[in-house]
Design a protein around this ligand. Structure first.
Ligand SMILES: [Zn+2]
Length: 377
């Protein structure tokens, strides 16, 4: 049922429209026209103005041809860079770029697969229920578009995101993440003249970091201090240093514990650092900022949405592999808003590199899986 030429042409058109994060307007115009053509009612939200992108998130609603709860489908229209003048090349059934840019199969393979699935449902008059397609902006920049999306406009409770590598893969779990910023304040003093009157913020940070457990903390949890900056000159005891890091965990309580442990390591060093200057005791201090970057997604293998995909795979005699992800994606945000959403492989490979690629045969397979999912949703 899948039309190989049509899905390849669709992907080619999508990949040929540059759409780095913040500059999605051109592809938004194309998508609006394409989804309207397919019979969707298309609207944009105001996320673009809030985050500084030239387009908002797009929502395309299909009434469907039978009754049912709306089924949510999530993809993103932005790509990572370099994405200037992307020229897709098709060789032996595999799309790549010319090697100077990314290809943008992340996430345009998913968009092409979705469009083809809808074409197939319609031309074969296969009954399907209402669809709510959300095409976000700035996914690649910390899920900025999805975070600003107004979820009260969605009626659907279940769905799929088309946004991971491989095919016949279901991602049902992904970690939550905290972003941590710690500013440590010591006391400046001339390093050569009166070092005993200073408190080195860098020394405090160094001792604190040495005591932290970082890296893969446990089976479910990772932690990292990613940047450190501070100090002014070699002859000044540094009065200020700033650390930025993150913790990710599949388990909310471990996310909390490991985040707190990092803070404690800093507190211990800070509260033990003081000097007496002119008879007065001066103490180091610190300021902490913890931001939830994205919530975890945890969907049971027995959940209806997982079974829907597994059964679609069975119909096509393609067993689906259920796996956990290490990163966050828009699906984390959807799940955080109470929508049961798993992520499906789109066939994209070597993403976020100039060697990015996707095979047309894989896109066909994902599209046929989608047809099965949507007709049974
Ligand atoms: Zn993606």
């Amino acid at each position: 049922m899948i039309n190989r030429q049509r899905i390849a042409d669709e992907f080619f058109r999508l990949a040929s429209i540059d759409s780095p994060s913040f500059q999605e307007a051109a592809i938004a115009v194309y998508l609006q026209e394409r989804f309207s053509q397919l019979g969707a009612e298309v609207a944009f939200d105001t996320a673009g103005a809030i985050i500084g992108s030239d387009s908002g998130n797009m929502i395309a609603r299909f009434p469907g041809t039978r009754d049912g709860d709306p089924f949510v489908i999530s993809v993103h229209m932005d790509t990572v860079s370099p994405a200037e003048n992307v020229q897709p090349v098709l060789n032996d059934g595999i799309f790549t770029s010319t090697g100077n840019t990314i290809l943008g199969a992340d996430d345009k393979a998913g968009i092409a697969e979705l469009i083809e699935a809808i074409e197939v449902l319609q031309e074969n008059k296969i009954p399907y229920g209402p669809l709510e397609v959300v095409i976000t902006v700035c996914e690649e920049l910390g899920l900025m578009g999805a975070k600003e999306f107004d979820f009260s406009t969605l009626k659907g409770q279940r769905g799929v995101a088309l946004d991971t590598t491989g095919i016949d893969r279901i991602i049902n779990r992904a970690p939550a993440a905290n972003r941590i910023k710690i500013d440590i304040h010591g006391l400046e003093a001339h390093a050569g003249v009166c070092p005993e009157q200073g408190i080195s913020a860098i020394m405090i940070a160094g001792k604190a970091i040495a005591n932290m457990s970082l890296g893969r903390v446990d089976e479910h949890t990772t932690a990292n201090i990613g940047t450190i900056s501070g100090g002014i000159a070699t002859n000044i005891i540094p009065g200020q240093v700033s650390l930025r890091g993150e913790v990710r965990s599949h388990l909310p309580e471990r996310l909390q514990q490991v985040t707190e442990a990092i803070i404690r390591c800093c507190e211990e060093e800070v509260y033990n650092s003081s000097v007496v200057v002119d008879g007065k005791t001066r103490h180091a201090s610190m300021a902490i900022e913890i931001k939830e970057d994205f919530p975890a997604m945890q969907i049971a293998e027995t959940a209806a949405i997982v079974q829907l995909v597994v059964n679609a795979g069975k119909t096509l005699q393609r067993p689906q592999q259920i796996a956990a992800a290490g990163g966050g994606s828009d699906a984390n945000i959807f799940n955080g808003h109470g929508i049961d959403m798993v992520i499906l492989g789109t066939g994209m490979a070597k993403v976020h590199t100039p060697q990015e690629q996707v095979a047309v045969a894989d896109m066909e397979k994902v599209s046929s899986l989608l047809v099965e999912i949507i007709r049974n949703a």
